[in-house]
Design a protein around this ligand. Structure first.
Ligand code: KIV
Length: 272
């Protein structure tokens, strides 16, 4: 018997997420980058599917999220949108697609919306990119913010350690979160920050705060391959593994290899 409950099978909208926060209903979000996974996730009752630029690491094997391109994000997001009926689909704007100026940001956001059919975009940063966020919103495109550990800035941070432990950085994060809400963002992701700071942002904002490594929030997001146990060598404290698909797949493939080599696959009932 499945443990999940879908109370409302209508398509999730940005408005409904804000309403969920108002009603104290938690929001469940995971990443997906392809059709097969997205169709399973959508059927399992996720509220939001994030086509994260973590596809750069998870799908392409890059060390950071920086190399992934707008074209590659469009390919992933289009595949996810095709599989999704209920969940809201948010596509990350990749590094370099919105940092130069507002015009480039809007042009790329429009491309992503037009060519994928996704519902919203996500950008990393606060005050530094607020003009671009305003311009994208003015074009009618819903925007999700992302503060705290923003992986596109890893070369500036120099480490994936917890952010905003110092007062000055915590103050800036809170003021950036307010700025994103005032600009019209429908949600903000807070990554790897102290739980107390996340709780403060949640209580100050009326838009949902989605946490990853940030303790309790209005919702949670994880990278699907991490929580499904498909990635090796990544086990931060915040990651709860819900399955060990890596072992299940290794066993299955090992059995297939053995069967093929033994001449046991296919057998007579598996041929025409
Ligand atoms: O790209 C991504 O997967 C993300 C999540 C970690 C929030 O931005």
């Amino acid at each position: 018997m499945a443990a999940y409950i879908v109370e409302d099978s209508r398509k999730v909208t940005t408005h409904r997420l804000i309403e969920m926060k108002r009603q104290g209903k938690k929001i469940a979000m995971l990443t997906a980058y392809d059709y097969t996974m997205a169709s399973i996730f959508d059927g399992a009752g996720l509220d939001v599917i994030l086509v994260g630029d973590s596809a750069s690491n998870v799908m392409a094997g890059n060390y950071t999220t920086l190399p992934i391109t707008v074209d590659e994000m469009i390919y992933h997001a289009r595949s996810v949108v095709r599989a999704t009926n209920r969940a809201l689909v948010v596509c990350d704007m990749p590094f370099g697609s919105y940092q130069v100026n507002a015009t480039e940001g809007v042009t790329n956001a429009i491309r992503i919306m037009k060519e994928t059919g996704c519902d919203a975009v996500k950008l990393e940063g606060g005050e530094e990119i607020i003009e671009t966020i305003r311009a994208i919103l003015a074009a009618g495109i819903p925007v999700c913010g992302h503060l705290g550990l923003t992986p596109q800035s890893i070369n500036k941070f120099g480490t994936y350690a917890v952010r905003a432990k110092e007062q000055a950085e915590a103050d800036k994060l809170l003021s950036d979160a307010r700025l994103l809400q005032e600009a019209g963002c429908f949600a903000v992701v807070l990554e790897k920050i102290p739980a107390k700071l996340c709780a403060k942002v949640c209580s100050e904002l009326s838009i949902p705060v989605i946490g990853i490594g940030a303790g309790q929030a209005d919702g949670q997001v994880l990278v699907a391959q991490d929580m499904l146990g498909m990635t090796k060598g990544f086990s931060p404290k915040f990651l709860r593994r819900y399955a060990d698909l890596g072992s299940v797949m290794t066993d299955a493939i090992g059995n297939y290899v053995a069967d093929v080599k033994a001449g046991d696959f296919p057998n007579s009932s598996e041929e025409y």
